[in-house]
Design a protein around this ligand. Sequence first.
Ligand code: TRP
Length: 410
Amino acid sequence: MVRRAGCPVLGGSFFGQSGLSMPFPPSAIVATASEASPSATMSTAAALAPLFTLRRIRLRHNPPFMADKPRVFSGIRATGDKTLGNYSGGYRQYAATQESGDAFFCIVDLHSITTPIEPADLREYTLSGAAMLFATGLDPERSTVFAQSHVVAHAEAAWLLSAATSFGELRRMTQFKEKSEGQDFVSAGLFGYPVLMAGDILLYQTEIVPIGDDQRQHLELTRDVAERFNQRYGDTFTIPRGVYPEEGARIKNLQEPERLMSTTRGAPQGVVRMVDEPDVVRKKFKTAVTDSETEVRHVPETKPGISNLLEIMSVATGETVADLEKRYAGSGYGQFKVDVGEAVVALLAPIQERYRELRADERELQRLLAVGAEKARNASEPTLEAMYDRMGFVKPEAGRFFGAARPRGL
Ligand code: TRP
């Protein structure tokens, strides 16, 4: 019997529940991984292309939980237009994460209703967010990609954990203070946001949480709540660790290189959207702001525009900034800007093709999400059951109903 280290509750029943009482032959895992994982030196565009073809995905019902790899959980907000900044700081990292961990990627739609959102927008952002995750390289067979609302355990866990979270702790959260300030309607959900997030993470016995720096306080709270629960009710949760991206590798607006690339703020002409047509992309790079010198060098303090373009080119081609500086030594800005634009067009082309195909095929998208939800349900159930049990809830003898089963044919 394989046991996941640092996973106090699950012990034997975990793999039993997921239909895996025998360890999966390691050779099979290695073969799949080496077939599909691109060599680290390949360009990102080239690396993504052969990952998988949507039509040909074959899914195992109960894929092996990778006992030798750390459990990774990431929650992704469902938002509108996705930019090259989201790609650099998010999607690209998720695809890399799936190589190194037993990864769960959850589109956190339940979190979306903590601030006002139109129902039609929530629906669109959830589906387009899922399509973009698959289009940028998440492989539904190796990773677990799902919508939070499809796995009822998340809402339940949040309620149970709210008993181990204090009003004072939540009141101190800076994100709550920022988002509630000056609003005439502040939802109770916004206040409880971090508890729902703690549930997301703890349900999966997560070891590693790749997360933005702005979420540090929420992760610390998650650890505190987990420790408190463990103390009160007995060891139940793995204490997760946050992994924060390095500062600096964040793409800026092409027109205002001192601010991050985002669709909500900054000149739209400087924002490259993941779905921009090639000619639109080319034009945005041609008109990107630079400086009055001529040297292509990475000096963010004095040459923010050119430094940003160098970073973007590095993201698009996989080459290092230092190598790019050498290649463009003495060549002037004009050609460099054209080349960065072309590199980004080449990066986006296969992503856009897969995205369009998948976004247009809602049934296939639903099928992929159903597969993810089923895997997530299997993985979270033992933890949720242990939570109920240890807190003293009567176990229903007829069995608990854990969400919907996957309908036939999906
Ligand atoms: N709060 C996170 C953000 O704003 C999203 C999120 C929700 C999350 N649940 C999570 C991130 C669990 C990591 C793990 O980005």
